[in-house]
Every structure is written in structure tokens, then in C-alpha cells.
Design a protein around this ligand. Structure first.
Ligand SMILES: Nc1ncnc2c1ncn2[C@@H]1O[C@H](COP(=O)(O)OP(=O)(O)O)[C@@H](O)[C@H]1O
Ligand SMILES: [Mg+2]
Length: 206
């Protein structure tokens, strides 16, 4: 089983958006997929409740109180981590994960908070020893703005690559309301947003 942890201490940066899209990608590839929702708001589980039966199925694990054990036979597990993570929790979740995905919004406050989180990540043994890949994902970008253009240099300077850049668009709250993703919408507009996920999805498809 491949486990992907989506986390950042910064709230509202796109953890649930990333977790639900990654799960939709795996499920769409025909893999038995579950989301482990560790957040008290249970946004990923609520997204699953809104999901149409016509879309590839994704199982939901309510890990908002305790991290449980995933069901047998699962091929992919995506963990939607809570914003308030204690050091011990981060370590425990990284321990069971293969890849850590960190969404970040443009802007100095978000960069600083994320840098702090990445610093904590870098101290975890599995990450330090290069046994866990860490993918920073720029989210809600407005191309051509200084804050968006600043991300690559900022995280590059910390030794982390910005693997994918996702534009800010109302399509995200819109697909979220239907328990879907831009990867599953069939119109041309959605396809142009789906293309931005490619570098991350290629990394996860290894
Ligand atoms: N690329 C984007 N463009 C526009 N809105 C977005 C984008 N990514 C996330 N959002 C919206 O921002 C809000 C917070 O995102 P969410 O994924 O719930 O963050 P988190 O789980 O980190 O709190 C949600 O309303 C979501 O639909
Ligand atoms: Mg969330």
C-alpha cells in the first residue's frame, strides 16, 4: 500500500482540496483507495458523503479522534492531516506515510508558517534520511503576481522544490460541493486546471 500524507500547520492552505484530488486520482486509476480524515472538521468525509455513486468509489476513515489502522486490501491511503499537529503526531503520521505533500498559499505569512512546518518535517528521522519524499505544492496562485512568483525561490532556498502550481479558481469550491475533483470534470475549462496537477500525479504514480 502507498500512503500519502497531506499536511501543513497553516489552516486553509488546501489540505482537503489536495487530499480529495489525490484520492480521486488514485480511485480513477482503478486502485482501492481510502481517505483517512484526521481533521476535527471532517471536511474530507463530508466531501465523500456528497460524492456521486457514478464516480470511482473512495472509502472514508474517520481518524478525527484516533489514527486507526486501514482496512486490508487497500492499495492507496491518503491522509488529510489536521492543522494543529503536535510534534509527536507529525512523526507518527510520517512514519506510516511514503510521501508527504505540503500545500502552500502565496504570501509572506503562509511562506513563513510553511517554512516552520518544513523545518519540523526535516527533523523527523525518516525525512532526514531521505526516506520520505516531500512535495511542496503552490496553491491558489495568481500568475504574474509577485507573491506567486516568489514561491519557487523561497522554497528552493530551503531545499524544497515546488512540484506543482495550482491556480486560484472558483472551480475548486464548485467541484468540492459535488464531492468531485477537477480531474473528473469533463469540460475543457476543467481540463486546463487538471493539467496543472500532472507533475504531482506523475510523482505519485511511480
Ligand atoms: N486553488 C484553489 N482555488 C480556489 N479556491 C481554493 C483552491 N484551493 C482551495 N480552495 C478553497 O479554499 C478553501 C480552503 O481549502 P481547504 O482545502 O479546505 O484547506 P484546508 O483543508 O487546508 O483547511 C476551500 O473553500 C477550498 O474550496
Ligand atoms: Mg481541511
Amino acid at each position: 500500500m502507498l500512503t500519502v500524507l497531506v499536511g501543513n500547520i497553516k489552516g486553509g492552505c488546501g489540505k482537503t482540496t489536495l487530499a480529495t484530488h489525490i484520492a480521486a486520482f488514485f480511485a480513477g486509476s482503478g486502485l482501492a483507495t481510502a481517505i483517512g480524515d484526521c481533521d476535527r472538521q471532517r471536511s474530507s468525509l463530508n466531501w465523500l458523503r456528497r460524492r456521486s455513486d457514478a464516480l470511482p468509489p473512495i472509502a472514508g476513515l474517520d481518524w478525527s479522534k484516533d489514527v486507526g489502522s486501514p482496512a486490508k486490501g487497500l492499495a492507496r491511503l491518503v491522509i488529510d492531516a489536521p492543522a494543529a499537529m503536535h510534534h509527536k503526531d507529525v512523526e507518527d503520521l510520517i512514519d506510516i506515510s511514503d510521501i508527504v505533500v505540503v500545500p502552500v498559499l502565496p504570501g509572506a505569512f503562509d511562506e513563513d508558517a510553511t517554512a516552520h512546518f518544513l523545518e519540523r518535517l526535516a527533523k523527523v528521522k525518516a525525512v532526514r534520511k531521505n526516506k520520505r519524499a516531500v512535495a511542496v505544492i503552490g496553491n491558489r496562485l495568481r500568475p504574474g503576481t509577485r507573491a506567486s512568483d516568489h514561491l519557487d525561490g523561497f522554497f528552493g532556498g530551503l531545499g524544497f522544490q515546488v512540484v506543482a502550481r495550482l491556480r486560484d479558481s472558483q472551480i475548486y469550491p464548485s467541484v468540492a460541493a459535488q464531492g468531485a475533483s477537477v480531474l473528473e470534470a469533463r469540460d475543457r475549462r476543467a481540463a486546463s486546471y487538471a493539467a496543472e496537477w500532472r507533475p504531482l500525479l506523475d510523482m505519485l504514480a511511480r
